[in-house]
Design a protein around this ligand. Structure first.
Ligand code: ADP
Length: 269
């Protein structure tokens, strides 16, 4: 009986694939063990969100993700009183829910959120680890199973939207960037199903276009767009159509810049 049990394959938990570029997995795990909050910096579409979902699944933790925007206020995270069938009831926001239940709360693009969000995060991200809920009068103590992870893209920042040092210095931080060419080729091939030989020229073009960032372009081609492009090709679109739709059009609305990018693409693929 024991032998049979031993030979029965254990169900493998569904862990989103993630190809690490350094020691970020060990850092996440250590931060989790020591109850330290984590800040992920890097351009859009370089793997930050995938990294968080990979690590949460690996550690068996529930994950609550909030995409921050310029209208997102502290109450959207903590909760508010709502009218339900004539009664006023308190409804927890995603941050409060995760503090109560444990798990990872991931606030994506934190600099986009309103300024009052920092007030809520500060007591949670020092050794107090508390979440005061002014409206209910509660002060929640974060359990050992709670972890706060935030991300932002330093490239997008202007002076008004910079993350304040008083907030930034409450986090252990990891810098992300696009993967080295061979690794990015492997990731895009795995994600899209297209073979590596066909992915290689797309990644070479992406690297060329990334070099234009700051000149004609605000942002370069992300790994996300590369995956989209490879998916279009894998589904039968021509390389030129896919490159235009997934790697050129999303980057610019300027006709002159678009024409210049298309010229570079035509010369390379
Ligand atoms: P970000 O959160 O930085 O904007 P994402 O995590 O959403 O970016 O990444 C976009 C996509 O790129 C992912 O869905 C995945 O397909 C792919 N990707 C990027 N980096 C990696 C990586 N290191 N390992 C696996 N997939 C990756």
């Amino acid at each position: 009986m024991n032998v049979l049990l031993k030979d029965t394959p254990r169900p493998v938990p569904d862990i989103p694939a993630y190809s690490p570029s350094g020691n970020e997995c060990a850092l996440f795990e250590t931060a989790w063990t020591r109850q330290l909050p984590l800040l992920l910096k890097g351009p859009t579409g370089c793997g930050k969100t995938r990294f968080v979902s990979h690590m949460a699944a690996r550690l068996g933790l529930p994950l609550s993700t909030v995409s921050c925007h310029d209208d997102l206020s502290a109450a959207d995270l903590t909760g508010r009183y709502l009218l339900k069938g004539g009664d006023t009831v308190w409804v927890d926001g995603p941050l409060t829910r995760t503090v109560r239940q444990g798990g990872v709360c991931y606030l994506d693009e934190i600099v986009e959120a309103r300024k009052d969000v920092a007030v809520v995060l500060h007591p949670l991200t020092d050794d107090r680890r508390i979440l005061p809920l002014e409206r209910t009068g509660e002060v929640l103590e974060a359990p050992s199973g709670f972890m706060l992870v935030v991300s932002y893209n330093p490239g997008y920042q202007n002076l008004l939207k910079a993350l304040k040092p008083s907030t930034r210095q409450r986090f252990v931080a990891i810098e992300f960037d696009f993967l080295p060419k061979p690794q990015e080729i492997a990731v895009v091939a795995t994600e899209s199903g297209l073979d590596e030989a066909q992915v290689a020229p797309l990644v070479a073009l992406a690297h060329r276009l990334r070099a234009l960032k700051g000149h004609d372009l605000e942002e370069g081609v992300s790994t996300r767009l590369l995956v989209y492009c490879a998916c279009l090709i894998d589904s039968g679109m021509t390389m030129r159509e896919a490159v235009r739709a997934a790697m050129i059009e999303p980057l610019t609305d300027e006709p002159d810049v678009r024409a210049a990018l298309l010229e570079i693409a035509d010369a390379m693929i």
